[in-house]
Design a protein around this ligand. Sequence first.
Ligand SMILES: Nc1ncnc2c1ncn2[C@@H]1O[C@H](COP(=O)(O)OP(=O)(O)OP(=O)(O)O)[C@@H](O)[C@H]1O
Ligand SMILES: [Mg+2]
Length: 342
Amino acid sequence: MPAFGLDIGTTSIKAVQLDKQGENFSLLAAGITPTPTRGMETENQKDLEAVAVAVKKLITDTKITSRDVAISLPESKVYTRLISLPLLTDEEVSSAIAWQAEPYIPIPVAEASLDYQIVGRTEAVQGKPGKTDVLLIAASKALIKQYLDVCSIAGLNVVHVMSELLALTSALATDKQTVLLADIGSTSTDFAIVRSGQLLVSRSVATGGNVLTRAVSAGLSVDTQRAEEYKKSYGLNASFLEGRVKASVEPAFRVIVEEAKKTIQYYRSEIGRDDQVSSMILSGGTAGIPDSTSYIANALGIEVLVGDPFAGIAKNEQTAKSLASWAPLYGISVGLAKYSYT
Ligand SMILES: Nc1ncnc2c1ncn2[C@@H]1O[C@H](COP(=O)(O)OP(=O)(O)OP(=O)(O)O)[C@@H](O)[C@H]1O
Ligand SMILES: [Mg+2]
């Protein structure tokens, strides 16, 4: 039985199990639960055990049947770089990657777990040497061990470990265009540029829904719980509470929009010179903020939509209804579950 997808976020844990018959996916199970207070941001064994208990309960509650799991690592702790190597065969890339990686990652190669994807090759022309473009993905072995330990305590067998944005790419950005993906979570916003289903750029910015809640709390002098409700109900829509929620949320949200702009600029100046980013696809809980898409579309001048990771996945009517308002939360976990079938 293929693995299910597990996304342990700072605020919530998401799990999705899919089935595949021929080319067609169907949804077997999906669920979400709050992440225990310290989540994975801790070295304390007790805190990690609390995460494992929450994961175990989520699996029971959602009736997920597989014990093999595909997990994601937080983008802020993964190093993803597009690098150019000489013109090499697949085998040569495989044996060269470890020593080629050294200058591109901020941790010693011996302490890193490395992964890569060959993006493309350019043949030599008129004395100009050829090259191999490779997407290098690295994370510290210690970080991976922490995730493996939590899964092991939860009784799970980890079969795939990948970055959040690679998972999101397989859920939301598989067509021919070039798109900007943004996963707007609670503590971070992660951006990816994906061309024809190939991830090329990845960035993580330390701002997300928590900052917006704090801004509403301060701006309207309400407690966190009320601020969270206001944020989710009114967001960037100025028609409520005299526009005070929007006025509080906007400066913090603008930071996210500016980072989106920088990501596109970086791609256009360094990688895809003649390429247009055709649209932006939002994911993560904070994508649900009212008027997020129209606000960003105005600022960036491109089409912006909230990605539905369940699009094209068969589900029964009741499940479809229950997931509708929550769909953007499941992007990474759906991508992980899909990846298990590749
Ligand atoms: N309908 C909604 N409208 C606006 N914000 C929402 C909505 N639903 C959830 N959120 C916000 O989304 C955030 C949680 O989203 P998500 O589960 O994607 O984050 P996470 O994965 O736990 O965090 P991170 O990816 O930063 O580790 C919270 O800040 C929450 O307030
Ligand atoms: Mg997340």
